[in-house]
Design a protein around this ligand. Structure first.
Ligand code: SAH
Length: 408
């Protein structure tokens, strides 16, 4: 099989991006081929048999029987050297990239999202592996998290300008995973101008977002629909743990006459206070504390709540930290259950991919037994629809959100 040009027929508008035409190829093992056939776009290092490519190339992926499996992004430093873009002879060209970007944008248009901040491209689930594009009002924030996608950044930027005409595009390319790819960590304006703060709306809530310094790309967009869902139950005294800039608290405070938000970060607490004023919920109190200590203190003090939210950072960043993570999740859930009044609601989340839904369910079970609080599961939820899960790719299902009710 002759090597094919992977990038062909660039539309005139992105000609200046000079993507080049790669003549690179990679041979994979039978196990690698099987993995692709099962619908997973990643091939690990152990299944790469031969490489005739440079890091960042689009490569022709060849199976053990010399058949073309498809075209993929190639990394020479990552544990995941191959991320499939197409199958069979379909080339991974500029028109494919454009089609996938337009489709991802159209999908979000169809979701009728009541917010001006949401995810436009969710990597693998939009068949654009390792690419994140978030919209914040008139601005876009991009992350390219592999060598191959990073090389396509100029082309993607040009296409997004054409498709969406944003006022500015910021590359938030500071996540640590870029280091694993041998890529620099940087934050750069790629198009137009990006102000220090951007005001976005989510339902009736307004946030002032710092796109350069905020966590993730500025906000936890993946929780938007869970905040909406939680608002259907929230009442009485509210405790929002791991609040960041007040995501859950601001949304729920309207129906909760008493509301407290906790975060360990002084910057986050200052933002919660500012957001509480901006959104006319001045009764929302924010405290800079360690949630683990504070839940224990509240329990000792005999405090009781009607609505509690637990939205901690990922406790299990890797497989080795799973046991500690499980213990951490159990601890906070157990304490929260004890702090709930009868009939109260617990909105409990885990964004650790390494703790799957079943494991998280077992943590909740253990916490309920040990705290002697019978709980019902009212809703089992996940990340919002703008962060879709690709069937066969468990890594794309990372956020679990259970809404529980204390029965007695
Ligand atoms: N619920 C938020 C997102 C939470 S992100 C939203 O909807 O927007 C997790 C937050 O937990 C971060 O803001 C981080 O500062 C905070 N955090 C991490 N460890 C903590 C701890 N031990 N105690 C309190 N807050 C903590």
């Amino acid at each position: 099989m002759p090597k094919r040009a992977a990038w062909v027929a660039f539309p005139l508008s992105i000609e200046h991006c000079a993507l080049g035409i790669d003549m690179s190829s990679v041979v994979i093992s039978a196990r690698g081929e099987q993995r692709v056939r099962s619908g997973h776009p990643w091939i690990y290092r152990a299944d790469v048999v031969d490489v005739d490519a440079a890091g960042g190339d689009i490569v022709q992926v060849i199976g053990p029987r010399r058949r073309t499996i498809g075209y993929a992004l190639f990394s020479d430093r990552s544990q995941i050297p191959i991320r499939m873009l197409t199958h069979g002879e379909t080339p991974a060209d500029a028109s494919l990239l454009r089609t996938r970007l337009s489709r991802a944008i159209a999908v979000r248009d169809g979701l009728r999202i009541d917010a001006t901040a949401y995810r436009l491209v969710h990597g693998e689930a939009d068949l654009l592996p390792s690419l994140i594009v978030d919209r914040y009002a008139d601005y876009l924030v991009i992350q390219t998290l592999s060598q191959g996608m990073d090389r396509l950044l100029p082309a993607i930027t040009a296409m997004l300008v054409e498709l969406l005409a944003p006022a500015g595009i910021l590359a938030r390319n500071d996540p640590r995973v870029r280091a694993l790819e041998g890529l620099p960590q940087s934050i750069d304006v790629l198009h137009g101008e990006v102000p220090d703060s951007v005001v976005v709306q989510e339902g009736h809530i307004e946030y002032d977002v710092d796109l350069r310094r905020g966590q993730k790309t500025g906000l936890f967009l993946d929780q938007r629909e869970n905040r909406e869902a939680a608002a259907r139950y929230a009442r009485g005294r509210l405790l929002d743990c791991f609040s960041y800039t007040g995501g859950f608290a601001l949304r729920l405070a309207r129906t909760c006459p008493e509301a407290e938000a906790l975060d360990i970060s002084a910057d986050a607490v200052a933002l919660i206070r500012a957001n509480a004023i901006r959104n006319a919920v001045p009764h929302l109190q924010a405290r800079e504390v360690n949630v683990f200590d504070e839940l224990r203190r509240l329990e000792r003090a005999g405090a009781r709540y009607d609505t509690i939210v637990l939205d901690p950072p990922a406790f299990a960043k890797n497989k080795a930290s799973i046991p500690n993570a499980m213990a951490g999740y159990k601890e906070i859930n157990l304490r929260a259950m004890r702090l709930l009044n009868r009939g109260g609601y617990l909105v409990t989340c885990s964004c650790s991919y390494n703790v799957n839904e079943e494991m998280f369910g077992s943590v909740i079970h253990d916490a309920s037994i040990d705290s002697h609080t019978p709980m019902t599961i009212v809703e089992k939820r996940m990340q919002g629809r703008d962060h879709p899960v690709l069937v066969g790719v468990p890594e794309t299902y990372y956020l679990k959100c259970f809404i529980l009710r204390r029965v007695e």
